[in-house]
Design a protein around this ligand. Structure first.
Ligand code: EPZ
Length: 417
């Protein structure tokens, strides 16, 4: 397994170009199944997850061409309706094919996704919603068997504004008979991006970006061509790196309007952040001020930026609290950050971080996409050498991260195993 070797400390300077958003691309790839034709996605990031979803679509009979940030998916000959365990266990977002397969073909067999590094990640809301639309759901030998002659619109109230459940149910409802209302829907930009692409294809959807969606089912939708929105978590990660290293970084091609909560918190840490036409200029402070973080559903502070923010707070002058409300056990990065000398006390879903004057480089272990990026950030600002192991996690969600960081002045090398 590859690892990163980082020599610190450094101050990041320069410009970084933000890639397309993984969490917008994956639903759009699954949505091609609904169209029965050739769909095109631009600004596609080349990630491990891109290749995993490409492989899954090909297993279902959707040839996928990928190159130069452009993806062409031909969904005219879907001839298989099963998402196998070995793919679903490597990427939970494989569950996104469930809604489209049932909506388009009346059946699907999708492996139950397992848990992840921070505990169980149920999909009960996905299944309850599909049942409300008339699907018959059985669990059989670790697989979800779903069937419906034709889905019928209904009123669905989500007990949590789940991103995945909202996405799956939008795709199921688009071809259902009649009207579907989804109350307490997720408001993330990636959900709105999916709705925008489907509307371009003839779907009738109202309310995207709000917690109430109305979807009028249609008999079919046309293939779409869509440009993937920039990755707000990648952009937030580089902004946090600029603050942590006291550098000055132009974050080009991001959508500041998708990053309000993160921009506000980094500003409270003392960063100077200028909005530019198509991005941000982030200047890190000489001294990082402590702040309190509470993660929540969009537009609250994103759980996907919690680990990165914690890395910043390890060098703040004072104590900060980090409360994780979305995944209450999402703290696998804490013991690894402690290896750098960070002072973190963890009590349930609350961490108290007391900033230290310096961090020491150390060998550490990546556990998930965002925790990996937090360890890299800590390595950039630590004295001496850091080795981040199991970086296949980071390759799932960050395109060419070592190249982008080297271009900003970091000393980071990929060590091939
Ligand atoms: C999406 O995961 C993202 N993944 C996650 O990003 C992100 O952390 C998460 O949304 C929250 O923003 C993708 O978009 C591929 P949820 P998802 O359903 O859809 C509970 C990354 O690093 N829940 O919004 O799985 C769940 O346990 C990844 O890019 C249920 O109880 O998240 C959690 O507490 C990590 N039942 C909360 O809802 C369900 O059926 C939010 O989960 C579904 C979810």
């Amino acid at each position: 397994m590859d690892s990163f070797l980082i020599k610190g400390p450094c101050r990041l300077q320069g410009t970084v170009e933000i890639s397309g958003a993984k969490n917008a691309m994956l639903p759009l790839m699954a949505a091609s199944i609904l169209t029965g034709g050739e769909c095109v996605l631009e600004n596609v990031p080349e990630l491990r997850d891109t290749l995993t979803m490409k492989h899954l679509l090909e297993v279902l009979g959707v040839p996928v061409e990928l190159g130069g940030g452009r993806m062409v998916m031909d969904a005219s000959r879907v001839d298989h309706h099963e998402a196998p365990y070995d793919l679903v266990r490597t990427m939970r977002a494989s569950i996104y094919v469930l809604g489209p397969l049932v909506a388009k073909f009346g059946r699907a067999r999708v492996s139950l996704p397992g848990g992840c590094a921070w505990g169980p990640r149920p999909i009960n809301l996905h299944l309850l919603g599909l049942k409300a639309l008339g699907a018959e759901i059985k669990i059989d030998h670790g697989y979800i068997d779903a069937a419906a002659d034709r889905l019928r619109g209904n009123e669905i109230i989500l007990s949590l504004p789940s991103v995945g459940a909202t996405i799956n149910l939008i795709m199921a409802a688009v071809l259902a008979e009649g009207k579907t209302v989804i109350e307490n829907a997720a408001r993330e930009p990636e959900v709105s991006a999916l709705a925008a692409a489907l509307k371009k294809s003839g779907a009738i959807i109202e309310g995207e970006g709000t917690s109430r969606l109305e979807i009028e089912g249609v008999s079919s939708i046309r293939p779409f061509r869509h440009r993937v929105i920039p990755d707000r978590v990648e952009a937030g990660t580089y902004a946090a790196a600029a603050v942590l290293t006291g550098g000055e970084v132009e974050i080009s091609g991001c959508r500041p309007d998708h990053m309000t909560a993160v921009i506000n918190k980094l500003t409270s840490c003392g960063a100077e952040i200028d909005m530019r036409d198509n991005g941000l200029l982030v200047r890190g402070p000489e001294v990082i001020s402590p702040v309190d973080i509470e993660t929540g559903f969009y537009p609250s502070f994103p759980t996907d930026m919690q680990a990165q923010m914690m890395a910043v707070l390890c060098r703040a002058r004072g104590s900060s609290s980090v409360m994780e409300h979305v995944y209450t056990e999402r703290f696998t990065h804490v013991p690894e950050l402690r290896r750098f000398g960070a002072q973190i006390i963890l009590d349930g879903s609350v961490a108290v971080v007391t900033g230290v004057d310096s961090l020491q480089g150390a060998p550490v272990m990546a556990t998930d996409i965002r925790a990996s990026s937090a360890l890299i950030l800590a390595g950039l600002v630590s004295e001496g050498e850091t080795k981040v192991l199991r970086i296949y996690h980071i390759d799932r969600g960050y395109e060419r991260i070592e190249e982008k960081l080297r271009a900003l002045g970091a000393d980071i090398q990929r060590i091939k195993s």
